[in-house]
Design a protein around this ligand. Structure first.
Ligand code: GLN
Length: 289
């Protein structure tokens, strides 16, 4: 007897719960939808649709992987972020809802119509950069990453979203080699986890996400020390920046940007009310009266 959609969802939920997965209901639904080629609506409007034997076998495989703490995003190969869908692989940090705070914050200051430029340092999957470009059709962006594999993922995402024509992707070590370039906006979600904390992370993150995208040195702040002066250097006068931070890094990261000459430095909270983004401005040129 073959399982139908709603039975498959229930069984999947029970299996994930038994394996100790947090949030088994949503994970089970996402995996059933993917295995059965069903939409979210199908589970409600067509709950008795049977799974084919192949679909049931695929679901069994997905559930076994999830029970071994592989992230859903890696099993499905994609993750929704802001208003776009991104391909993801183990070579990029899976986009988190927290990071949408960066996107939401910067969009407020940048108009729809004007043509301006954005630089994303450590672009990864392209989550931040492509979300911004998708909403600002006259803007152009450059994404830099140390990882060639990550750039391949970002490139595919840019193409899938029809943004390849406005997205340049470059392998590089932060702003090294960008002498002579300047941008209206610089964004980044650098690695900021202190090295000794890595071992304590959830297995989904610790064992499956790229360490290159997570580890920020002994106190987690190494990359901000490099980035603060570099970001101020590549911004146009009057240009803005917004970088993601760990929930307890507001003070030191604000201080690093102030020391680098930034003005109007503020910290923005995420939807969970944790400090999440440090933003500011590069001093505008004096205008002569
Ligand atoms: N927020 C991520 C986590 O806690 C870390 C992201 C980062 O280091 N930039 O897993």
């Amino acid at each position: 007897m073959s399982l139908n959609l709603v039975q498959a969802w229930k069984q999947a939920r029970e299996k994930l719960e038994a394996a100790g997965i947090a949030g088994p209901v949503i994970d089970a639904r996402l995996l059933v939808e993917a295995a059965a080629g069903a939409t979210r609506a199908d589970i409600v409007t067509d709950p008795y649709r049977p799974l084919t034997p192949e679909q049931a076998a695929t679901l069994g495989d997905y559930l076994a992987r999830r029970a071994r703490r592989e992230p859903v995003s890696h099993i499905l190969g994609r993750k929704g972020f802001w208003k776009i869908m991104l391909q993801v692989t183990p070579d990029v940090l899976t986009p988190r809802p927290d990071t949408e705070t960066v996107v939401e914050y910067v969009l407020r200051d940048f108009p729809q119509t004007a043509s301006w430029t954005v630089l994303d340092l450590g672009v990864g999957s392209g989550a931040i950069l492509l979300s911004i470009l998708a909403e600002r059709p006259a803007a152009k962006g450059l994404g830099v990453d140390l990882s060639e594999e990550a750039l391949a993922v970002a490139r595919e995402n840019a193409a899938n979203l029809g943004l390849a024509g406005r997205t340049a992707l470059l392998r590089g070590d932060w702003t090294f080699g960008l002498e002579g370039e300047s941008f209206d906006l610089v964004v980044s979600n650098p690695p900021y986890i202190a090295s000794h904390v890595i071992a304590e992370l959830e297995p989904e993150v610790r064992d499956h996400e790229p360490r290159l995208a997570l580890e920020g040195g002994a106190d987690g702040l190494d990359h901000y020390r490099t980035l603060a002066p570099e970001i101020l250097r590549v911004l146009k006068p009057g240009g803005r920046f917004a970088v993601e931070i760990g929930y307890d890094q507001k003070q030191p990261v604000e201080a690093l940007f102030r020391a680098a000459g930034a003005e109007g430095v503020v910290t923005v909270r995420d939807l969970g009310d944790r400090d999440r983004v440090v933003a500011g401005v590069k001093k505008a040129l004096e205008t002569k009266a």
